[in-house]
Design a protein around this ligand. Structure first.
Ligand SMILES: CC(C)(COP(=O)(O)OP(=O)(O)OC[C@H]1O[C@@H](n2cnc3c(N)ncnc32)[C@H](O)[C@@H]1OP(=O)(O)O)[C@@H](O)C(=O)NCCC(=O)NCCS
Length: 343
């Protein structure tokens, strides 16, 4: 059965208005945010029976994403230039990610999302993406069907997890020294000339996870707009891993939470104590910033990461479904410690 929606979007002769898909311009940004928040707000209200006061708990997805990947951001507009829907996509090297995607409730089930998805797919094809992905609602037949039409296959669960930060003073990890021993540093504290070399080390870690995977854009936008920072975990001169995190404001972090967007520990550094050190350091940053909780997404295909989070007292707030299309769809190694949010 098709989802029933109000069809106020149809014109007086019950025709779907002519839709144009175009790239987002600077002047559209606030409208795009409204369209996304309204559409998701309506969806949550239908699912939960109440409308959340803040649709994404205070997290924002539009302005910095557009600055980061302007060619990946699309709107659907009608003849009068009214924005009816939007799709935001980003390319992490060889991996293309779609989301958020939204269409105003009154214009749903009239092919708008399919046209937006087609535009994201063309964008991925032009950029020779080998794998594309989306995170969606596993319980919605419509969402599964929509992405399936574009070749996305339902894969595993993504658990959005969090932990309350206790107020007791914690022992911070020691600052970096050249002697062996774990230490953390923030990317923002590196001299500009050192940042480039560090980016190569990040790429080495991500390339081993999936060929060509590169999250440099996420690191650069967080650094450039001070949305948070990237934490380096080092053992002497070796980079063990890195974590891109956002803090609340105009970022993807919900109010009161430190949010980990991407974290990876290098294959060569698979020691059971490393994830714990890393999480402890991130929790400490959250506490120092006066935040109440830390929020991390984990794909359950990275079972070691999921297990480590449970062991450390993280709780699952909600789950979503990862869907993928392309080469090596099941590339995730359960032993890798990776936290990657595709939303
Ligand atoms: C999800 C969303 C973007 C879809 O937008 P839309 O414009 O209604 O989608 P379209 O009309 O282009 O395509 C929907 C397709 O799903 C199909 N569909 C709808 N309900 C279905 C159901 N219950 N079972 C199977 N297929 C279904 C439609 O038939 C249509 O395909 P078809 O035209 O080839 O038959 C929109 O509902 C939305 O904004 N929801 C709120 C925000 C959201 O959930 N975003 C996505 C998060 S991953």
């Amino acid at each position: 059965m098709r989802a029933t929606v109000d069809r106020a979007g149809l014109d007086s002769e019950s025709r779907t208005p002519h839709i144009k898909i175009r790239r987002v311009r600077k002047g559209d940004l606030s409208k795009v945010r409204d369209v996304i928040e309204q559409s998701f707000g309506d969806y949550f209200e239908r699912q939960l029976g109440t409308r959340p006061r803040q649709v994404f708990g205070g997290a924002q997805y539009v302005h910095h994403r557009w600055l980061m990947e302007p060619w990946g951001c699309f709107v659907a507009e009608d003849n009068d230039g009214k924005i009816l829907g939007a799709a935001i996509a980003v390319i992490w090297g060889t991996v293309g990610l779609v989301g958020p995607l939204a269409v105003l409730t009154n214009y749903q089930n009239q092919d708008v999302a399919k046209q937006l998805l087609r535009a994201t797919q063309e964008f991925f094809d032009e950029n020779k993406v080998s794998l594309s992905g989306v995170v969606t609602y596993a319980t919605s037949p419509k969402h599964l069907a929509l992405y399936h039409k574009f070749g996305y296959k339902p894969k595993g669960l993504v658990a959005i997890m969090s932990r309350i930060l206790d107020r007791s003073p914690a022992t911070p990890l020691p600052p970096r020294s050249t002697k062996p021993g774990l230490a953390v540093r923030r990317f923002s504290t590196l001299e500009e000339s050192k940042k480039k070399a560090m980016m190569l080390k990040f790429r080495k870690i991500t390339n081993a996870i999936y060929r060509g995977l590169d999250v440099a854009k996420e690191i650069e936008i967080v650094d450039g707009l001070a949305l948070g920072d990237t934490l380096l975990l080092e053992n002497g001169r070796d980079l063990v891993g890195f974590a891109v995190y956002h803090t609340p404001g105009v970022s993807e972090a919900p109010t009161g939470a430190l949010y980990v967007k991407y974290l990876a520990i290098g294959r060569a550094h698979r020691k059971p104590e490393y994830p714990d050190h890393f999480l402890r350091a991130l929790e400490q940053i959250g506490k120092e910033g006066g935040l109440l909780r830390i929020m991390v997404p984990v794909y359950c295909g990275y079972f070691a990461a999921y297990h480590a989070l449970i062991e450390r007292g993280y709780k699952v707030d909600f789950t979503m479904l990862r869907m993928k299309r392309g080469k090596q769809e099941d590339y995730e190694n359960p032993a890798d410690f990776v936290l990657d949010d595709w939303r």
